[in-house]
Design a protein around this ligand. Structure first.
Ligand code: SF4
Length: 360
């Protein structure tokens, strides 16, 4: 079982962001941590927890005392495995040595740093609150705190970004020697400042050809540094894949704590309320659905095929999709060996089309 904890506070909203996070609400943090602990009280579990992930929002906005209180409560409520992977996201604009020391003291052994880009003008244009030097300093401070398993997030296909700028970002991040890198293409979401600009035709984004060149540059540059793609957007040194995310893609159970957090327990998916005040006042789940066997099987396939090594399908999924899988296999888009199904390099390029055809 895995545990996700959502920390929905940010200094200010980035121009592309449609995550559930609130700016300027720092005075609510203490009440929010109380509500998280109350949710742990309501949702006990005997299952062994193999990974914990503090995501957001900006977990590094939690004051040190609140972070310690939260991590202590996690240990008091759940049984963590000895080598449990405990990740926290961190924003280079908010993190301090004291915070990282408290995080390491509380058991955090993996840090995911939101670097996003290296050019100051690009960071400003997307609304980030930090520069690349602060990202470099975050890596140094994390290592001083004893956290060695470090990951960075980068974004591509940003407005005004050229292939050369993307290559420069990759090289600069590689100079920090991360063990793991997540590279996300910008998705423009309605209701965000970028969504509004895009609707008016005012967001100059790289075209499809440039985006493909950026993707090609990613594998080429990262492999020189010993990082290999293991999922659509994720690269790692051998043995350093994010266990928590691999857990999502292999449909392990997870409890999500906090506003807007999702949970999967067996075939029951639940979603917590999104509003900060509603969550703090103890509102119950906002959504709850029992997945049908075909829905669960399709999820298994859809999530598993995101990984380069593919997925070992359950008998149910294998039976359900056997005709469709055979058709795609004959086209050279995937391979099937016993129960393991994986996309070929060609299949990976057209993953969405393959999945659309396999959909029940
Ligand atoms: S820091 Fe992350 S969660 Fe916060 S606004 Fe920016 S992208 Fe969204």
């Amino acid at each position: 079982m895995m545990l996700y904890i959502h920390i929905p506070f940010c200094v200010r909203k980035c121009a592309y962001c449609d995550f559930v996070s609130y700016a300027g609400q720092e005075e609510r943090i203490s009440a929010y941590v109380n509500a998280l602990i109350a949710e742990m009280d309501r949702r006990p579990s005997d299952a062994l927890v193999t990974s914990v992930f503090l995501g957001g929002g900006t977990p590094s906005l939690l004051p040190q005392g609140e972070l310690t209180r939260l991590l202590t409560a996690v240990r008091a409520h759940y049984r963590l495995t000895k080598n449990c992977e405990i990740t926290s996201e961190a924003n280079p604009g908010t993190v301090t040595q004291g915070w990282l020391d408290a995080a390491a003291e509380g058991g955090v052994n993996r840090l995911s740093v939101g670097v996003q880009a290296v050019q100051p003008e690009l960071l400003r244009a997307i609304g980030r609150i930090h520069d690349f030097e602060q990202a470099r300093e975050t890596f140094a401070m994390a290592r001083r705190a004893g956290i060695r398993n470090l990951s960075a997030d980068l974004m591509y296909a940003l407005p005004g970004q050229t292939v050369g700028m993307w290559e420069q970002s990759l090289q600069a991040v590689m100079s920090l020697s991360p063990w793991h890198l997540s590279c996300y293409a910008l998705t423009v979401a309605e209701g965000t400042p970028f969504g509004t600009l895009d609707a008016q035709g005012l967001l100059p984004r790289p075209d499809e050809e440039e985006e493909m060149a950026m993707q090609a540059a990613t594998s080429r540059i990262l492999s020189v540094h010993g990082l290999y793609q293991y999922e659509v957007s994720n690269y790692a040194k051998p043995g350093c894949a994010c266990r928590h995310n691999v857990g999502y893609w292999t449909r392990k159970d997870y409890i999500g704590l906090g506003c807007a957090a999702a949970s999967l327990e067996g075939d029951v998916r639940r979603g917590n309320v999104t509003g900060l005040e509603a969550y703090i006042s103890g509102a119950p789940y906002a959504t709850e659905e029992r997945l049908t066997a075909p829905d669960a099987a399709f999820e298994e396939l859809m999530l598993g095929l995101r990984m380069v090594q593919g997925v070992e399908l359950s008998e149910t999924a294998l039976k359900l999709f056997s005709k469709g899988l055979e058709k795609q296999r004959k086209r050279g888009l995937l391979t099937v060996r016993e129960r393991r199904v994986r996309l070929t390099a060609r299949g990976f390029d057209v993953m969405n089309a393959v999945l659309a055809e396999l959909m029940p």
